[in-house]
Design a protein around this ligand. Sequence first.
Ligand code: GYE
Length: 329
Amino acid sequence: MKRIISLALCFLILLFAVGCSAAEDEKSDDNLIVVGFSQLGSESDWRAANTQSISLALSEENGYKLLFDNAKQNQENQLMAIRNFILQGVDIIVLAPAAETGWDNVLLEAKAAGIPVIIVDREVSVEDENLYMGRIGSDFLKEGEIAVSWLGNKLVSLGRGTEQINILHVKGTDGSTAQIMRTRALEEGVAGRSNWTIAAQLSGEFTEAKGYEVVRDYLKTNTDIDVIYSENDNMTFGAMRALDEAGLTYGENGEIIIISFDAVREALGYCLEGKINLCVECNPLHGALLDQLIKQYYAGESIPKYTYVEEAYFTRDNLSLEFIENRLY
Ligand code: GYE
């Protein structure tokens, strides 16, 4: 009998505990800011670092409930995800858009539902800029201009300032701001220099697999290249593999100068080894800034329309192993 009573008592205590924690959960959930984050994909190391930065900053301990959707590089999936977030009545929508255009309707729907939208990373091109509250990201044109002017100086320092220079251009996802602006900087740079030519423009979609494939196929018929301008590190890794297979040399001691964007840890390692000549940084750490903007918004403060992240560029000369090891991405 004693045993039965103590069992029943345990059961009651358990029920009470479960009830309490459920109630607590409900209570704390109510106080959390619910954020629906439509991430465009997981195509690159940069993207993984961006997702991680935002997930860490918008944690439950920091007052958020994060609903995450990975669109796998497909804008249709992003439209669906945003419509789902609206249906679920989230407090804020964060959008990392695959392409610049095609957002007007869905952003109007979010606005009609009274849900503010913050854009991260690439830009959206919409008729009414009030369709989103603010954007956090990079100045992609500036990144491209840094690369072009570095190349000009590098060629002069090698005594090749007036030589004919053939540039193989490996482009990121067509229609994304990172592609549009990095491409614009290169095309303007080439237009302004009579001895530079773009040998070909290949579409590598920001992935290592595609970067490898397009460069490998190109090299089957043409190996007369002086420079590879690759719009992200993962495509660069693919291009390096294709060059190795074709028996072409590159980097500080090779025939082909390699310029890469993002400056993720692996690329900086290659840069330090002299295999990549220039890494232009694209900073994926948007999490803390995003958290700050959302908190400002809830405090009734106005938030800036554009917040640019800080970026640098790296060559073998300004890198060290210690710096690379301590880097967050
Ligand atoms: O450079 C690339 C990623 O939009 C900044 O997208 C981003 C670019 C980045 O996949 O690696």
